[in-house]
Design a protein around this ligand. Sequence first.
Ligand code: ZN
Length: 220
Amino acid sequence: MPEYQHHWKDGTPVHLPLGKVVCIGRNYAEHARELNNPVPDEPLLFIKPSTSAVHITRPVKCPQNQRTVHFETELAVLIGRPLTNASASEAEAAILGYGLALDLTLRDLQSKLKEKGQPWERAKGFDGACPLSPFVPAETFTGNRIHFTLDIDGQRQQTGDTGDMLNPIVPLIAHISSQFTLQPGDVVLTGTPKGVGPLNPGQTLSLELEDLLFVETKVV
Ligand code: ZN
C-alpha cells in the first residue's frame, strides 16, 4: 500500500499526518431509513484506521472474495488543532478544510457483524476502505450549508446537504472530542445521505463539493 498523505486542492501537501478517521453512522435520517435502521438518539461513532486511507483518484479496488462493497459519499473534515472536550467555538476553530470521502463498506459482512453484536471494523476498516479527496481550505466556505454530490457513470446517485444532518458538523466534532482526542491531521467523516449502493468494476464515480472541488475515479 502506498502511504497516504493529505493534499490541498492545489496539489500542495498538507504537512499533517493522518492519525485516524472518526466516522458517524446514520447522520441523515433518510439514509438510516433506506437501510431499515433506527435513528440513534446519540451519535453512533466508529473509527477507520489510517491504513484505510487512499487517494480517491487512484482506481478504487473492490476487495477480493467479498460480495457487496457499498459506496457512501461523505463530507470529510480535516482537523487542524488538538481537541479534547472541546467547546463549539474550539471545534469550529479547529476545522482546517473540507473534502470528500468514500466510506467503503462490506455490507454483507457488516450485516453479519451487526446481527452478532460485534464491532464493524472488518467491514469498514480494511486497506483502501477510505478514499479521500484533496481538501479545500475551510475559509473558502462562506455559506452555512455545504452541498455535495456523487454521480455514477453520469447518473446522479447521491446528494448531500449539511443542513439535513441530524448532528451538525460543529457540535458533532465537539461531541467526538469528548470521546476521543482529535489530533491535527485527523479526519472526521460526517455520514452519508441516502442513495448508497454497490460498487461494480468499470463504474466511473464523479464527486463534487459545491463548485469548489471535482474528483473522478474508476472502480476496478
Ligand atoms: Zn458512512
